[in-house]
Design a protein around this ligand. Structure first.
Ligand code: IMP
Length: 179
């Protein structure tokens, strides 16, 4: 799989260290509160698993699956719920755990959706953020890394369902797109 990467943007160690920093901030912010982590499948699986374990305080986890991308690399702008949360978020303090914010379309829709269900608070933690995301009027409380505007894979992120299990975040080599 290593041959398929053009560049490693973020190493395993850097991800681990940054998640520990964010977890310490989140522990302080939610001390004494009932925290619900909401992960967006499938991309956020790795960040949720590592981030949740970096927290010291209690947190529940729930998952949603939404469609925003087809099998290519462009955002469709259409968000559809493929799998909804298992439990009600009414009165809960929700922290959305996202892999990456690109156009921000998925995220702004998700924040509005969870607020409309009566969550006590809805905040966002995203491992990666691309420059376009700055244009979206969604307040992202915690960002792991700001990255350049390139298509990235690994650590949960895929290209046509491949490369999610890479331990690093990287850009793809040209031959992967053209094959
Ligand atoms: P947005 O709605 O444009 O912010 O995109 C949200 C979703 O698109 C993310 O949760 C990812 O699943 C996917 N996505 C955006 N950029 C990338 C990328 O560079 N690589 C892989 N998936 C991406």
């Amino acid at each position: 799989m290593g041959r398929d990467l053009a560049d490693v943007l973020i190493s395993e160690e850097a991800i681990r260290a940054r998640l520990a920093e964010i977890a310490a901030e989140v522990d302080a912010e939610y001390a004494g509160k009932d925290l619900l982590l909401v992960g967006v499948l499938k991309g956020a699986v790795m960040v949720m698993a590592d981030f949740a374990r970096a927290l010291h305080g209690p947190a529940e986890m729930d998952w949603m699956a939404v469609s925003s991308y087809g099998s290519g690399t462009k955002s469709s702008g259409v968000v559809r719920i493929l799998k909804d949360l298992d439990r009600d978020v009414l009165g809960r303090h929700v922290l959305i755990v996202e892999d990456i914010i690109d156009s921000g379309l998925t995220l702004s829709w998700l924040v509005a959706n969870l607020r409309s269900r009566g969550a006590a608070s809805v905040e966002v933690m995203a491992l990666l953020r691309k420059p376009e995301a700055a244009k979206v009027a969604v307040d992202v409380k915690h960002v792991g890394f700001d990255i350049p505007n390139a298509f990235v894979v690994g650590y949960g992120l895929d290209f046509d369902e491949r490369f999610r299990n890479l331990r690093v975040v990287g850009t793809l080599a040209e031959h992967v797109y053209s094959s």
